[in-house]
Design a protein around this ligand. Structure first.
Ligand code: 13P
Ligand code: SF4
Length: 324
């Protein structure tokens, strides 16, 4: 018997197209333990679309892009939130749930964009461009959010920039996202120079090769990709927007220019769509595993804390975003 419990067997149905039966027993002990621990601790697991399928489909309660995770975090009724994603996502959940325990299974799960800018950099930008509103991508530390007027995600960046009703904004830290949004709006955007280490590696040559190797393929690119990549793609949008595109348009063949687990997680629901899979792994997202989610719940670690003075100002920037 490869499957160790009836509960795990039912869950296996969700991932059988991705996880071979011989590998499944390696997951079942942790899955069983996590499901029990969630009940015991009145905990929920929020998982980003880049989490591996056994996390995304077997233990997560709420899944989505950064915007959905922030929106849904407000409505969570549990005592404990485990954030299966990267550190800035856990901080956002904590900002929106100051009285709950928020856990991140690995404190090293960072983000190259969040690391690309400090609060001092933001203050220098404010001095250089007095009066120009600062729109900060959620992929930043709470301390950087605290220096900002409003946050945005890849799912709402254009709407946020335009909602401010000003001719010019500073958008940080993702240079490519800023340029990709600038191409869609009349608002002038001053960018920073941060890049996502996963998406910056895709090139227009990759897309041309894919189209040659896989005739008719539909190319979807995350807006953290360089503008030349987005220009050659058929569609660009957040991870949730890419998922919606596949659900609504059901392309015969598709490639998602983004993190590898994204295709896995979407493909499970669309056996009729052929997913072509050149992709790049996010080493930070991949630090989260079933084993450390289990440990997080067993040992109540690692508790996310944010200095109250920073939290108050950072929360305002996130709440302003959610109000748009
Ligand atoms: P989404 O908000 O589109 O899910 O993107 C988050 C992220 O980190 C992409 O690299
Ligand atoms: Fe950060 Fe890029 Fe990883 Fe997203 S994929 S968490 S932007 S490094």
């Amino acid at each position: 018997m490869l499957i160790t419990s009836a509960r795990a067997a039912a869950l296996y149905d969700r991932v059988r197209s991705l996880i071979p039966p011989i590998e499944w027993p390696a997951f079942t002990g942790d899955i069983d333990a996590i499901l029990d621990l969630k009940r015991q601790r009145n905990a929920v697991i929020l998982a980003h679309n880049y989490q591996t399928p056994e996390i995304f489909h077997c233990v997560a309660d709420i899944v989505g892009d950064s915007l959905a995770l922030a929106r849904k975090a407000i409505a969570v009724e549990a005592d404990v939130i485990v954030l299966a994603g990267v550190h800035f996502m856990a901080e956002t959940a904590k900002l929106l749930n100051p009285d709950k325990t928020v856990l991140i299974p690995d404190t090293q799960a960072g983000c190259s964009l969040a690391d690309s800018i400090t609060p001092v950099d933001v203050r220098l930008l404010q001095q250089r461009y007095p009066g120009v509103p600062i729109v900060t991508y959620v992929n930043t530390s709470a301390a950087v959010k605290a220096e900002s007027d409003i946050c945005c995600t890849s799912g709402n960046a254009k709407a946020i920039v335009e909602a401010l009703g000003v001719p010019q904004v500073i958008m940080l830290p993702d240079e490519y996202l800023a340029h990709n949004i600038a191409a869609q709006t009349a608002v002038k955007i001053i960018a920073w120079k941060g890049h996502c280490e996963v998406h910056e590696r895709f090139s227009p040559a990759d897309i041309r090769q894919l189209r040659e190797d896989h005739p008719g393929v539909t190319v979807l690119a995350h807006p953290e990709c360089p503008p030349e990549v987005v220009a050659e793609a058929d569609f660009s949008g957040s991870t949730a927007a890419m998922s919606d595109y596949v659900r609504q348009k059901k392309p015969a063949r598709v490639v998602l220019m983004t993190e590898c687990s994204m295709s896995d997680n979407v493909a499970v629901k669309h056996p009729e769509v052929e997913f072509i899979r050149p992709c790049n792994l996010c080493p930070h997202m991949k630090r989260i595993t079933l084993a450390n989610i289990r440990e997080a719940l067993e040992q109540n670690r690692h508790v996310v804390t944010i200095e109250p003075e920073i939290a108050g100002r950072a929360r305002l920037a996130v709440e302003r975003m959610l109000a748009v």
